[in-house]
Structure formats: C-alpha cells, structure tokens
Design a protein around this ligand. Structure first.
Ligand SMILES: Cc1ncc(COP(=O)(O)OP(=O)(O)O)c(N)n1
Ligand SMILES: Cc1ncsc1CCOP(=O)(O)O
Ligand SMILES: [Mg+2]
Length: 532
C-alpha cells in the first residue's frame, strides 16, 4: 500500500507497526555533525526570562511521519512545514533504525535551525542529545520524565505526554517543559492512542503551570472546537504531512489556530447606509474587517448619496432598528459598538434603550450632524435628544470641529478652544471626548479629553482632497481597537494611523470628495500568500 500524498489522505495504520526506537540501545557518541553544529543560541533561546518554555513555540507543532512521503525527502517536507509557519518540529519515526534516525535528526536540525524553529526528537533521548536537537518528547510508557531531565540537563526542552490530571502534575514536577495531551479527536496516526475528552484537556490545562498542546486528529475543520480549553497550541501529523501542499496546509492551520487561541473579536456599527460606499455602515464594516474585527450592523437609515452630496434619506422605524440590535446582541455579542448617523429622536431613544439593555463594554459615538459635503444629517430637535440621552451613554464621542461647536455652544478658533470644548463637553456628558482637528485648524491633529486631562494626537497630514467618510472610518477604527482589547489611548493612535494609511493610498473615485481606500493594507496579504 502506498502513502503518497496528493492522492488525498489515506490510512497509515496499514503499514506494519514499526519497532519503537527506544532509548535503551544506546548511542555510543555524538554524531559527527552533532551538538557542535547546534542552533547558535541553543535550546535556551526558546525559553522566557523565568526559564519556562516560550508558549509561542508551541502554536503549531509539526510531528513527522515519513510514511506520507511521496518521492520527496523528510527534510523537504519539514522545510515546507516551517516555511508555512510551523513553530516547532518533532521527529517521530517509529520505523527507522538508530543510525538512520540520528542522520535524519541531524538533517532536520539544520532545516529547523536555519529558521529559528526548535527540533524535538520523539522517544529517543540519546539520539536527541547526539544530534544536537533542542529537546525530546516522551510518553507514559517511555523513559520516565525525571530520568530524562537528569540526562538532558536544564536547557534542553522536555515534552511529556499526559492523559490525566495526575499524569500531568507528575510530569510537571519531574521537569517537563510542556505537555502533549491527546488524542483529542480520532486519529489514524497512532494505533495505541488513548482518547482524551475536552473536559479532561481543560482540567489538565487548569491544573498545571507549564504550557499544554493538544494532539490527535486535529485539522483545519475542527481546530476551533478547542477554543477555551486553555491550550497554547496544537500538534499534528496528518493535517500537515498528509496534505498535498504542506506549506499551504501549515499556513492555513496556523491562521486558524491563532484565531482559535485569540478568539474572534466582533464590533457592531449602528449607522446609516451610504449608497456610494465611502461612509456610513459601508465604511464601518470595511474598517472593521481591515482592522481584524468581525463587523456586524444595525442600519438607522438608507441614504441616496454619492461623492457630490446626499439626495435622499429614508429612516428605518425605531422598532426595526431595535430588532436589528437585538438580533446581533442575542447571538454574536459585539465587543464594542460604534454609533454613527442617527437622525430622528425615536431612533436615538431606541439606541439608548438598547445600550441600557445589552450593556456593551465600549460605545463610540460619532455625533454625525453635518456631512463633509455640508448636508445636514440630523433634525434640530434630535440634537437635544442626542445630547441628553445618547452621548452620556458613550465611552468616547468623536465630534469634528463644527459638531464640537454645537455641543460646546461656542466658536472654536484655536487649539486651546479645542481643549476647552473637549473638557467642558466631557465634564457635562461624563464621557471621553475626542475633538477632531481640520477645517484649517489643527489639521490631522485631534485632542482627547478623559478623566480631567487633555492629550494631543498629532497625525501626519496627507494632501488628499478625497476625505469622504473619514469621521466614520476613524470612529469605527477606534471601536475595532477597543473590541480587540486595546486601551482608549492606543485605540485612538492606531485608528489615526489607519485613517492616514487609507488617505495616503490616494484612491480617486467620483466627481466630488471621494472615499478612502479602506483596504489599502489588505492587498499585499492576498498577493503574498504562501499558496501556489
Ligand atoms: C506533542 C506530542 N504529544 C504527544 C505525543 C505522544 O507521545 P507518546 O505518548 O510517547 O506516543 P508516541 O508518539 O511515542 O507514539 C507526541 N509524540 N508528541
Ligand atoms: C502522536 C500522537 N499522540 C497522540 S495522538 C497522536 C497522533 C497525531 O497524529 P494526527 O495529527 O495525524 O492525528
Ligand atoms: Mg513515545
């Protein structure tokens, strides 16, 4: 039976079970290309200041199985795996003799060390030491962990398999740097694998202080099921080496694993639709996507507009707006909310009521009153409701100069006025206030008042007449960053940077003040992916 990759995944159990390359046979001396040629910094390079193994090395742990080779060498396949993003490699070859295993370990050590990835040898401590590998992995029926630690010394990495909390605690006590826990899903790569359920995996992670990787049957379609267990990464054989393109498989699984570990952050925009796509909900969703956050929306109004102006506005009913907000919160709770154009009193009240009901962690309100084109976007009476009922519920509001003048009740002519306006409005409303420069005063610079203090954010001025949607974009970028867990200061800085980049891309669409390029830094990611 052949195990050629490319013909799809097949069952490697059909190969006769090989003899384990146990540590007992003894390796007389270091390999000629042995430890002397090891990674210049040695395995200690993968440790943190406190001596613990850096968990980032365990995010995508590639475990070899030469039975999947299809006319290529293991070195070539491992090189593809690390090129795709594998963060650690384990040489696990049950059917190689001692000498062959040592030679293979030395070859893989070169491949891994060339890109700063640690190489671990499965089962065989002496081969690991002789080859100048960075560590060794042993299971419950291999050499006892404490004895391995005594042989390899304090620097080399020691991985131990554990299937129960007791085994995990004992391994930690005996000097393990990390634990491999599995099989968490059915696997075709190990005949004698024991099953470990999600609860046990989570209990092990909670019980130990060393990092834990899950192993067994993990692939692109089920990796997300491991979210919330406490693991720091995944180890896999077939999800990489049985795939036709190992590099692409590694990249894909790395991205999915990172997403599983980080959790997907979501944001909600409550704003009006801009038919021309440069502002409103359309700009907000593009901004959220570009800032790595999943965007959801509740539309307050439909506008017919383009770069020359707004020709018509049709509000949704308050009931329908409320239903949209409830639909989002009851299913995909957003980590932050951005509120944009909301032009009528009943709609403003609906949003205020929903904020009280759902209590989002962060609310960014862009008090949209006038479009860049000069069109009035909110009725006179609605301004009063906005100030009295919505803005006090915000974490931060982001008025431009004319809007800040309306809120403050005075003209703003100097940067000092901007500070005074921000402070006075912030004190009145009980929220942070970011007054945006522009209109020939403090161009590209904004002042944030929060907790009694003003801070200036001096942006880089971009000579671009196409500024349609800059306010929407800035506020939704702030909301995206808050959703990702950044503090307000950092969120504002990052958002300003993003807006500058979108302006600097110099998109030029439409006859009037055109939109910015929200996807300016996405293009390279698509073009430069690792796939063929
Ligand atoms: C990362 C990782 N976790 C678990 C294992 C399994 O080790 P073990 O239980 O010794 O089984 P074998 O791999 O030796 O068959 C592993 N190798 N790597
Ligand atoms: C070595 C090992 N230990 C527990 S399951 C397993 C096999 C993992 O291989 P795969 O990722 O192909 O299921
Ligand atoms: Mg073993």
């Amino acid at each position: 039976m052949s195990f050629a990759r490319g013909a799809g995944e097949r069952d490697p159990r059909a190969v006769a079970a090989p003899e384990a390359a146990g540590a007992a046979a003894g390796v007389a001396a270091a390999h000629p290309d042995g430890p002397a040629a090891a990674h210049p910094a040695g395995p200690a390079a993968f440790r943190l200041a406190d001596g613990g193994l850096d968990p980032r090395t365990l995010v995508l742990y590639a475990v070899t199985d030469r039975r999947w080779l299809d006319g290529t060498t293991l070195e070539e396949e491992v090189a593809r795996a690390v090129e795709g993003g594998a963060t650690m490699v384990q040489l696990r070859e049950k059917d190689l003799g001692r000498d062959e295993l040592l030679d293979e370990a030395v070859r893989l050590r070169e491949v891994c060390h060339a890109v700063g990835v640690p190489l671990i040898v499965d089962d065989d401590v002496e081969v690991a030491v002789a080859a100048g590998a960075d560590g060794v992995h042993v299971g419950q029926s291999d050499m006892e962990a404490g004895a391995v630690r005594a042989l390899i010394g304090p620097d080399m990495i020691l991985g131990v398999s554990a299937q129960t909390v007791d085994e995990a605690l004992l391994a930690q006590e005996r000097g393990a740097d990390y634990l491999g826990v599995g099989a968490v899903f059915p696997t075709g790569s190990k005949d004698d694998a024991l099953d470990v359920d999600r609860e046990t995996l989570a209990a092990i992670c909670a019980a130990v202080s060393i990092p834990v990787v899950a192993i067994g049957g993990i692939g692109r379609d089920n990796v997300r099921e491991l979210a919330g267990t406490g693991i720091v990464g995944v180890a896999t054989i077939s999800a990489l080496f049985a795939r036709p393109d190992v590099r692409l498989a590694a990249h894909d699984l790395l991205v999915r694993t990172r997403r599983m570990l980080d959790g997907v952050r979501c944001a909600l925009t409550i704003a009006g639709s801009d038919s021309s796509g440069g502002a409103g909900v359309q700009a907000d969703l593009k901004t959220m996507q570009a800032n790595g956050v999943f965007g959801t929306s509740a539309i307050t109004a439909l506008t017919a507009q383009n770069t020359r102006g707004v020709t018509s506005i049709m509000d949704v009913t308050p009931e329908f707006l409320g239903e949209q907000i409830d639909a989002v919160f009851s299913d995909i709770r957003p980590d932050a909310v951005k509120v944009g154009m909301v032009s009528a009193t009943p709609l403003i009240r609906t949003i205020a009521e929903r904020i009280d009901r759902w209590r989002p962690e962060h609310v960014v309100v862009d008090p949209v009153m006038v479009a860049t084109s000069g069109a009035r976007l909110i009725s006179e009476d609605a301004v009063g409701t906005l100030v009295a009922e919505l803005l006090p519920r915000a974490t931060v509001i982001t008025p431009n100069r004319p809007e800040a003048e309306v809120l403050w009740g005075h003209e703003i002519q100097t940067e000092k006025d901007m500070e005074l306006a921000a402070a006075e409005v912030g004190r009145r409303l009980g929220c942070a206030v970011l007054v945006k420069g522009g209109h020939s005063l403090a161009d590209a610079s904004d002042v944030l008042w929060r907790d009694g203090e003003c801070r200036w954010y001096r942006g880089r001025r971009v000579e671009n007449p196409n500024t349609h949607g800059t306010g929407c974009t800035l506020s939704s970028a702030i909301a995206s960053n808050l959703a990702k867990g950044f503090g307000l200061d950092e969120s504002v800085m990052r958002a300003k940077d993003y807006v500058s980049g979108a302006l600097a891309a110099m998109l030029d669409l439409g006859a009037g003040s055109g939109p910015m390029d929200h996807g300016f830094d996405l293009a390279s990611r698509f073009v430069e992916g690792p796939g063929e």
